[in-house]
Design a protein around this ligand. Structure first.
Ligand code: SAH
Length: 236
């Protein structure tokens, strides 16, 4: 099941951090590493910091965008130390592990980590269902990215060991299916005159947050798509 949990690193600056992350993952039984446009990779510094985990580096998938890294994932969690002006549903490290392990029985789960300097951009966090923040000293809350990965992977390993989680039986849509739904919703809201394309405001962001919180199942999302199609037919 842990092979269904992937760690995604965005635009990593120091190759050593990629190596340290691979080692942290392997220590805790994880193997799927996806790199979104790393600055320098492969690199000897990454290999030396990976120690015995160079196989994870060899098998790492390199992609050109976050959407590509998570398109097939029904659950995506973004890691950030910062609280946001537009708050997203929050998890601590343990809750993140519980969710990730439970849902990995159903499909791939992505946990996304940001850049060393700039972290995660808001539009990247908006592609995640949850925001995980590792509780830390408010005077110095930001961990090195590979240390943050270590903490999250450790919690996942502990959760897996305790093995008390009932596997989830519900089926959830993938991130790509959610994006298609948001596009359909936006088009329909424009068509019925609720959204004015020149003045969209924060409506779509608020709707995304609403659907993130409720997490429609695949069957429910199909029903919503059906409703939108029926509205579309009515107007044409
Ligand atoms: N200066 C950046 C910090 C980046 S640290 C910022 O302001 O966001 C690099 C990455 O490590 C972050 O994007 C996040 O994914 C992870 N990280 C660091 N500290 C964390 C914490 N306390 N909780 C969750 N993730 C953290």
């Amino acid at each position: 099941m842990l092979s269904n949990i992937r760690i995604v690193m965005i635009n990593t600056f120091h190759p050593g951090n990629i190596g340290a992350a691979a080692r942290a993952m392997k220590n805790m039984g994880l193997s799927e590493l996806v790199l979104v446009e790393p600055r320098l990779f492969p690199d000897p510094e990454a290999s030396s910091r990976a120690a015995s985990a160079t196989d994870l580096l060899d098998n790492a998938r390199i992609v050109s965008s976050l959407s590509e890294a998570i398109a097939d994932c029904p659950l995506v969690i973004g890691a950030s130390a910062r609280s946001r002006s537009f708050p997203w549903p929050m998890l601590d490290a343990e809750q993140c592990a519980t969710k990730a392990v439970a849902e990995s029985a159903q499909g791939p789960v992505a946990i996304v980590f940001g850049r060393e300097r700039m972290g995660l951009h808001n539009d990247e966090l908006m592609q995640c269902h949850f925001h995980v923040a590792i509780p830390s000293n408010p005077d110095s809350p930001v961990l090195n990215v590979s240390s943050a990965i270590q903490v999250i992977c450790y919690e996942i390993w502990k959760t897996q060991l305790s093995n008390e989680n009932e596997p989830e039986t519900l089926e959830y849509p993938t991130q790509q299916q959610m994006e298609n739904f948001y596009q359909h919703l936006e088009q329909t809201l424009e068509q019925v005159g609720f959204l004015i394309p020149q003045h969209p405001g924060k409506t779509m962001t608020k709707l995304r947050r609403l659907f993130n919180r409720t997490r429609p199942e695949t069957m429910e999302l199909n029903m919503l798509r059906g409703i939108l199609s029926a509205i579309g037919r009515d107007k044409t």
